[in-house]
Write a protein that binds this ligand. Structure first.
Ligand SMILES: [Zn+2]
Length: 342
């Protein structure tokens, strides 16, 4: 399988507020490095650099002012004489105004963020825009006839919505790629999100649409981040009603209880018959993941890949989460090898 990768992900590495302490993000450069190493070890296939895309491709699913904010945030932060990572600290919760964008950078950061897990550093924009380009390059290869491709995206994207960042995510790589398929003539695209955390950003972006189906298997938001979206009764709205499917699963879910949910999701994908499938591939469902609560084991990811192949559609894998760095390479590449039947 073709992999699209760039070293530029290393330009982004920041701190997050976690357990009441400011500490280095679990989402770190070693993650992508480990996956790339595993790809080379098993000889998965060619590894190519991304093509460059214009920001207008990102603005197909994000607002223009949000993309502009991401581009300018570090410069605005530095202009205040600040050197540490930019992090938000005030949010427009219920009953506050969200129709007026603040001018002060602290106001902007809160306006465009859902949490304090999205540091902006000097290299963040270059890393996140390159990450989106990896997904777009994979999309364009599949559009040109490839059966599958793997965009080794870092930072991940599925928590980022039209106008906000969150959970280590800035641009929604999977959504940008799904929209890219539509813009090149696809009638229907499906996004399947197997990351431990609900893909709130992707769901929100496509919630009113029937041309992009979104399905997510994840830790129940009653107990797991992102807490405020991902329940079973969220089924889409308007024209999108019936095209959004959530499978919230309890703590301790192992393959025996995960597999039937994934199989049900695959049946829905087969019924929908998309022209292309985008898989938001997070492997933080692993039993030793430091921030998640499922119990999938290394070999389960081979079975996951085989099930995804049974959908029988051209498939773009987009890297999302997975924080047990020692195993992220084995688990992610096991899905890809399982898909290829090797
Ligand atoms: Zn995750």
């Amino acid at each position: 399988m073709l992999t699209i990768y760039s070293d530029k992900h290393r330009l982004h590495h920041g701190t997050e507020l976690k357990d009441g302490v400011l500490k280095p993000c679990f989402e770190m450069p070693g993650r992508a490095d480990t996956v790339l190493q595993r790809i080379r070890t098993v000889g998965l296939g060619e590894v190519i650099a991304p093509d460059h895309f214009d920001v207008s491709a990102y603005a197909r699913v994000h607002s223009e002012r949000y993309v502009r904010f991401l581009q300018q945030a570090w410069a605005n932060w530095q202009a205040m004489g600040r050197q540490h990572d930019a992090l938000p600290l005030t949010w427009p919760v219920r009953d506050m105004r969200t129709d007026i964008e603040p001018i002060h950078i602290d106001g902007k950061l809160g306006f465009y963020a859902m949490d304090a897990g999205v540091p902006i550093t000097a290299g963040t924009w270059e890393a996140v825009s390159t990450s989106a380009d990896l997904a777009l390059t994979g999309m364009s290869r599949i559009n040109a006839g490839a059966n599958a491709a793997f965009a080794l995206c870092r930072p991940p994207g599925h928590h980022a919505a039209t106008e906000y960042m969150g959970g280590y995510c800035y641009l929604n790589n999977a959504a940008i790629a799904a929209q890219g398929f539509i813009d090149r003539g696809a009638k229907r695209v499906a996004v399947l999100d197997v990351d431990y955390h609900h893909g709130n950003g992707t769901q929100t972006i496509f919630y009113d649409r029937s041309d992009v189906m979104f399905i997510s298997l994840h830790g129940d938001p009653l107990h797991s981040y992102p807490y405020f979206l991902g329940h079973k009764d969220e089924q889409g709205r308007g024209e999108g009603l019936g095209f959004n499917h959530n499978y919230p699963l309890p703590h301790g879910t192992d393959w025996a209880s995960y597999q039937p949910a994934l199989q049900a999701a695959c049946r829905q994908l087969i019924d929908y018959a998309p022209d292309a499938l985008v898989v938001s591939l997070g492997v933080d469902t692993f039993k030793d993941d430091p921030i998640s609560q499922f119990r999938l084991d290394n070999e389960d990811y081979l079975h996951m890949g085989a099930l995804l192949a049974s959908v029988g559609k051209p498939t773009l894998f987009v890297m999302e989460g997975g924080y047990m760095v020692d195993d992220i390479g084995i688990n992610a590449v096991n899905v890809l090898q399982g898909f290829e039947g090797s």
